[in-house]
Write a protein that binds this ligand. Structure first.
Ligand code: UD1
Ligand code: CA
Length: 460
């Protein structure tokens, strides 16, 4: 639908006092996305031009918004925030449309349909103020303004100023309003701080409009969709709801969960059909999982790519890295810092791969560290093998070329290149490149009796 002649003002300047973290709550992430971006993205989808009122930690709030919106959202500063009424007063110089959609920055669960319903009702009734309310007689669910209707008039009484019966006045104010611009221009400066918080309340405009005989309309929305986030507990509840929405979506796409309530999935994660997600798995921003994969318990994938039919066994971490198809990872594996694991590779128990490339069909099944290394395809890395990749000053590179067999407990002292088809025995320390003519070869250990892979094999 098209929302016409409306501009949005997002209130994002508050001090977040009730969070007690000294950080603006609007910067806290819910399923990987900062709280304020839920609102700004919703308004972007609805194509409503938007201004954010910023104050507390405004540089940080602006930076997050600018990054996601290519600097298309404008800002006004609310120096020394004195309430939501003061916030809209600060935005007044930006008014250029006939209707101002004011929306709290701390309601991340609101769907576009609620804003569309509000707009439709506002236009249909030619209202001066339209706002969203929700049924809630349970005062323990948070500090909301209550809707009090008396003899045809309507007002919002803030939680601290309300001493009535919540069952009788069982609707609360959601914190989204469409207000006629002329009305705002005329009455915004009449707000006072005559209340328990000593603040200017935007909500007092409802009483003013109603008493002066202007049309005030409301639309209702489910409470879970309009929850405001004032405390860390409310943040946790909101994230639970968002997480449940996300998991429901992926179930609909053919993803099977063993204990869905323990799984966390960020909003931008992608998962292929037929994949199985076990308990306490965390799938964080940027992660893309192919079809028919298995992610076993307590594993974390962050900005990770996993090809089709791959398996991640319990307690594994894949971070900023990619794994091909039909690979097996873990248990207790850590693949991180831009590593790439090829198709059909096996990275097993207690193996760390850092800034390395492991090509297809290679295996490092036990107790290994491969850092700044390129391991070719079809290479076997024996248990306990370490690339000694730091010379005390900087990182050095290791190359292990195709079809090599590295025996158990080898120390590979970088920089070093191990040629194709090399066979090393258990406990070897490799600190120089293989040189056929060098006498050094004589100082190297003799190979154990091992079956050789082919005739051209180097043996160290
Ligand atoms: C507000 C409403 C309340 C409603 C509830 C819904 C008022 C007075 N009350 O209360 O009726 O039920 O939302 O969640 O509006 N902000 C500013 N500048 C300020 C103060 C706040 O920009 O000076 C911003 C905050 O950053 C926040 C939003 O306005 O994003 C709402 O402020 P908040 O303090 O959370 O209002 P509530 O007490 O929740
Ligand atoms: Ca709030």
């Amino acid at each position: 639908m098209t929302i016409k002649d409306v501009q949005a003002v997002v209130l994002a300047a508050g001090k977040s006092t009730r969070f007690r973290t000294e950080k603006s709550k609007l910067l806290e992430r819910i399923c990987g996305r900062e709280m304020i971006l839920y609102i700004t993205k919703l308004l972007e989808n609805l194509k409503v031009p938007t201004t954010c009122v910023v104050g507390y930690q405004r540089e940080l709030v602006q930076k997050i918004i600018n990054k996601s919106h290519n600097s298309k959202i404008s800002f006004v500063a609310q120096e020394n925030p004195q309430g939501t009424g003061h916030a809209i007063l600060c935005a007044q110089p930006t008014f250029c449309k006939n209707n101002i959609l004011v929306i709290n920055g701390d309601m991340p669960l609101i769907p576009e349909t609620v804003v569309e319903d509000l707009y439709n009702k506002h236009i249909e009734t030619s209202a001066t103020i339209s706002f969203v309310i929700s049924h809630n007689s349970d005062t323990s669910t948070g500090a909301y303004g209550r809707i009090v209707r008396t003899n045809g008039s309507i007002e919002i009484v803030e939680a601290k100023d309300f001493d009535g019966d919540a069952h009788e006045h069982c609707f609360i104010n959601a914190g989204i309003y469409i207000i006629n611009r002329d009305f705002l221009d005329n009455y915004i400066s009449t707000l006072t701080t005559n209340n328990a918080n000593n603040e200017f309340y935007i909500t007092d405009l409802v009483k003013i409009a109603s008493q002066k005989g202007y049309t005030v309309t409301t639309v209702t929305a489910p409470f879970d969709r309009i929850r405001g986030i004032n405390t860390l507990h409310e943040l946790w509840v909101a994230e639970q709801i968002k997480r449940a929405d996300t998991i429901k979506y992926w179930m609909g796409q053919g993803v099977r969960f063993s204990l869905a309530q323990s799984v966390h999935i960020d909003l931008d994660v992608e998962i292929g059909a037929g994949t199985y997600i076990d308990c306490s798995v965390h799938l964080l921003s940027g992660t893309k999982i192919g079809k028919n994969c298995t992610i076993k318990g307590f594993s974390t994938l962050a900005n990770a790519i996993l090809g089709d039919n791959s398996e991640v066994k319990p307690h594994s971490i894949i971070e900023n890295s990619s794994v091909g198809c039909n690979a097996k990872i873990g248990p207790f594996a850590c693949i991180h810092e831009n590593s790439t694991i090829g198709n059909n590779a096996i990275i097993g128990n207690f193996v760390e791969i850092r800034e390395s490339k492991i090509d297809s069909k290679s295996t490092a099944k036990h107790l290994t560290y491969l850092g700044h290394a390129h391991v070719g395809s079809n290479v076997t890395i024996g248990a306990g093998t370490i690339t000694c990749n730091h010379d005390g000053q900087q990182y050095q590179k290791t190359k292990i070329k195709d079809n090599s067999f590295i025996g158990s407990n080898n120390s590979i002292v970088a920089p070093v290149t191990i040629e194709k088809n090399t066979f090393t025995t258990a406990g070897t320390v490799i600190s120089k490149n293989k040189s056929h003519s060098s006498e050094e070869n004589n100082t190297k250990k003799q190979p154990h009796k091992c079956s050789q892979k082919n005739n051209s094999q180097h043996i160290i």
